[in-house]
Design a protein. Sequence first.
Length: 196
Amino acid sequence: MPAYRPPRLLIIPGLHDSGPAHWQTWLQAQFRDARRVRQHDFSQPDLLRWAERIRSTIDHAGPGEWIAVAHSFGTLALARHLQDQLDSPIRQALLVAPAEPDKFGLAALLPQQRLRVPSTLIASESDPWMSAQSAQRWARRWGSNYSNLGRVGHINTEAGFGPFPLAKRWVESALARAAREQRPAQASFQEWSFAV
């Protein structure tokens, strides 16, 4: 039986990427095997191309599971990826400050039901890209745990988010959950090995 390999962290930025002072860049640096989805053109919000880029990034990284952390337009691309790729190795998703699909005319291209992986959506009362009410509606639709941080803007560099310990704690919790879920399978295999 191969040794257990913990899921890796997949960072999915939004429009114009996440710069060096952005919390996603900080979070990526906290996990040595983290990967970042790099779009061909971060200034063009093309949902289908961005979702495809998530798939190709995962494919090029080799086998294994992932925990995805997306921001802004990246959250929409991740939702679409999960709809398109039923065998995606992403096992859990954090959706931070989603962009409003209606601003881009994309609502009909997004999942209208529960995402197929556990997810958490973090929103803000004063986000110019999506109202808290809309964020709550999408969280309900996608079956996501919902958290509103209050009046904190778009949860980006301009809003004062460099280090974002809440996101790191969420990733650590997701990794711990993955390890717990793996343990019973390992234990039963060892018991079977000793019984033979």
